[in-house]
Design a protein around this ligand. Structure first.
Ligand code: GLP
Length: 251
């Protein structure tokens, strides 16, 4: 894995934005996998800025988001559809019909998940997948214990994840957080041709260490990325501070 440790998270996000823009330049109809949460916000701001400067054209790009809360309508301020619209989609020239987020209000979740997988395949697969990481090492909503071959499905959120998402940054109270979500599986994510995982801050340091050091295990979902041919980790010093010398020599 390519691990790069940056002095500031802003630099890491800028580096990731450069990578995404380079890829769009090389392939204007790029299929981009998107993540939510606090982590990719600076990357999205960078992309919007670059679009504003005329450096990148999203008109032929297609996007697929990793996950969505089950039971939240698209106009709910905490839904991931709303998040994407507010932080990226509404600021760039991507046709809305090419931006895909799982339908949190579906009455037939299995069908929705099956159709999502089919839509990704029909688009030619994901070229670059953006990822954050949860404190437990989860990616998307693949909680510890998710199998490495899991596909898009309904998942139960762990108490940890519910707490992390209700510390005031997103939901204000754990009781408001949906207990389930729809999420791409680890198998789905691993099929992306390239993966960019971003992480910032001390609260991610343990997850970063357990994901990179030791053998891949479903107990730490992100550890599966060790088996990916083109997984890149762009992290700041705080997120890297628990890495042993051997791992951080990769910087
Ligand atoms: C949620 C999301 C993940 C995200 C994680 C970390 O569980 N489903 O995709 O990576 O939170 O979020 P943050 O970036 O806010 O720390």
């Amino acid at each position: 894995m390519d691990i790069r440790i940056f002095n500031t998270f802003e630099e890491a996000s800028r580096f990731a934005a450069d990578r995404v823009c380079e890829r769009i330049l090389a392939k204007p109809n790029l299929v981009l996998g998107l993540a939510t949460g606090e982590t990719p916000l600076q990357l999205y701001r960078e992309l919007v800025e670059r679009f504003g400067r005329g450096d990148v054209d999203f008109s032929k790009v297609t996007t697929f988001n990793l996950d969505e809360y089950l039971g939240l309508p698209p106009d709910h301020p905490q839904s991931y559809r709303y998040f994407m619209d507010r932080n990226l989609i509404s600021h760039i020239n991507i046709p809305r019909e090419r931006t895909h987020v799982l339908d949190g209000m579906t009455r037939d979740a299995e069908k929705t998940c099956r159709e999502y997988e089919a839509a990704i395949a029909e688009a030619g697969g994901i070229d670059i997948q953006i990822l954050g990481i949860g404190g437990s090492g989860h990616i998307a909503f693949n909680e510890p214990g998710s199998t490495f071959d899991s596909r898009t499905r309904v998942v139960d959120l762990s108490e940890d994840t519910i707490r992390a998402n209700s510390d005031g940054r997103f939901f204000k109270d754990p009781a408001e957080v949906p207990r389930q979500a729809l999420s791409m599986g680890l198998g789905t994510i691993m099929e992306a041709k390239e993966i960019l995982l971003l992480a910032s801050g001390k609260r991610k340091a343990n997850a970063i260490r357990t994901s990179l050091e030791g053998l891949p295990t479903p107990d730490v979902p992100a550890s599966i990325l060790q088996r990916h041919r083109a997984a890149h980790l762009f992290i700041d010093g705080a997120a890297a501070f628990r890495l042993t010398q051997t791992t951080s020599d990769h910087r």
